[in-house]
Design a protein around this ligand. Structure first.
Ligand code: ADP
Ligand code: ADP
Ligand code: ZN
Length: 220
């Protein structure tokens, strides 16, 4: 199973990619997590990417595509027989690059699952998001609060707010999404891969809808 999750910032891509990766035993590839890993380890790529991330802008396509190509080529993807991409592609050129990467490996996407959530709800989700800096688990101050305030349920680390989840940067990210990422909806619709799911319902229901939508494509 090779899937792409499409949706605005805060649509639930990370939450759902985690669930889908467990469901199908495939690899969860999050470009946001990869960039944050590089940033936290002070690599050249991380230092460069962070300048864009803190502004709410996209990291240049070329850097992002190279990172994804390397990641898709790692052995766990071959062993587990698939992946769910979370946060990539985010521009039409990235979508074209992904097609080329997969074609060179004689592979193709099974489905692009578009998680639709209205913009005012995206905003509320982003500013309330809290994340675990240690294990990447994510929470929300009202929709998914941890058992002990500000503490990760899984690993006990103190939760933080991402710098780019502050209100001003959130506005920029929502605009960048409209301008640069939303054209991918038509891009994938045209090739018959797009399946739209209502993301404005409890996470477990979104997961069920996504599994059903992906299954439908495979049977088509
Ligand atoms: P993305 O990866 O698309 O930015 P996340 O999965 O990080 O989205 O979710 C954004 C925020 O919204 C997080 O705080 C998360 O806990 C919360 N969230 C995710 N899915 C739902 C949902 N179905 N209903 C309410 N809140 C959600
Ligand atoms: P969100 O959870 O809001 O969808 P991510 O964690 O996926 O955000 O991404 C955080 C930031 O990392 C983005 O705002 C952007 O700067 C950078 N980034 C992630 N994926 C990409 C991508 N495919 N292309 C360019 N930049 C990206
Ligand atoms: Zn944790």
């Amino acid at each position: 199973m090779r899937l792409v999750l499409l949706g605005g910032p805060g649509a639930g891509k990370g939450t759902q990619a985690t669930a889908l990766a467990q469901h199908w035993h495939i690899v969860h590839i999050s470009t946001g997590d990869l960039f944050r890993y590089h940033r936290d380890h002070g690599t050249e790529l991380g230092v460069l990417a962070n300048q864009y991330m803190t502004q709410g802008q996209l990291v240049p396509d070329e850097l992002t595509e190279k990172m994804v190509e390397d990641r898709i080529g790692q052995s766990d993807v071959a062993v587990q027989g698939g992946f769910v991409l979370d946060g990539f592609p985010r521009t039409v050129p990235q979508g074209q690059a992904l097609s080329a990467i997969l074609a060179s490996q004689h592979q193709h996407l099974d489905a692009v699952l578009y998680i639709f959530v209205p913009e005012e709800i995206l905003e509320e989700r982003l500013v309330g998001r809290r994340v675990c800096p240690k294990c990447q688990a994510n929470y929300h101050v009202t929709f998914h609060s941890p058992r002990v305030a500000d503490t990760c349920d899984t690993c006990g680390a103190a939760l933080i707010q991402r710098e780019d989840d502050r209100p001003l940067t959130v506005q920029t990210r929502l605009r960048v999404y409209q301008e640069q990422t939303s054209p991918l909806i038509a891009f994938y619709e045209k090739v018959g891969l797009l399946r739209t799911v209502d993301g404005n319902q409890p996470p477990e229901r979104v997961t069920r809808a996504l599994v059903a939508a992906a299954g439908k494509v495979a049977d088509d």
